[in-house]
Design a protein around this ligand. Sequence first.
Ligand code: HEC
Length: 160
Amino acid sequence: MRRGEKAVLALIGLVVAGGMLHSILHVEGPHDREIPYYSTATQEVAEKAMDIYRSQDCKNCHSLWTLKNMMESVPAPILDGIGTLRTESWLYDYLSSRNPQSVIPSRLKKEYQMPSYAALPDEERRVLAKYLASLKVKDWYLEQTRKMEYEKLTGKEPGK
Ligand code: HEC
């Protein structure tokens, strides 16, 4: 290859790479690298609640932070941001209900439905509710979170 050809190839390479870089930077919105979820809980509440969360197998059905659910096919709602969608007292009542499906009707087979945690000690239900209520979503991701929750609960897209 002659020097001139090399220079031309190098130039083409640069233009292509530059174009790719440009489109990557361009497609990315201002929030794309930002995690939209956060918790306002104290470390103590978070640790207590996450111990219960693990021991009660919530993670088998739900996902929260990076604790992905094991059965990917189970369409339980994600719990990230749930404290922006529900209040602490709602969450406490829901966890205390003997029949959670009377609060949120389920579209799923019995084995995938939200179990009743009414038998859990009251203190544990309170800590869980407190922690869940602390799980917030940033404003710019609220609509998206609402939409995902709605789809999980109904199996439908909003407005349909
Ligand atoms: C067997 C699967 C399963 C387990 C285990 C489970 N859940 Fe659920 N959960 C669901 C499903 C499914 C729903 C949606 C309602 C339904 O279909 O019954 C739900 C709903 C919820 C909701 C309401 C979400 C909303 O959109 O308002 C909360 C909060 C919740 N679960 C928390 C928990 C916590 C905390 C635990 C552990 C103590 C837990 N779940 C354990 C399956 C499960």
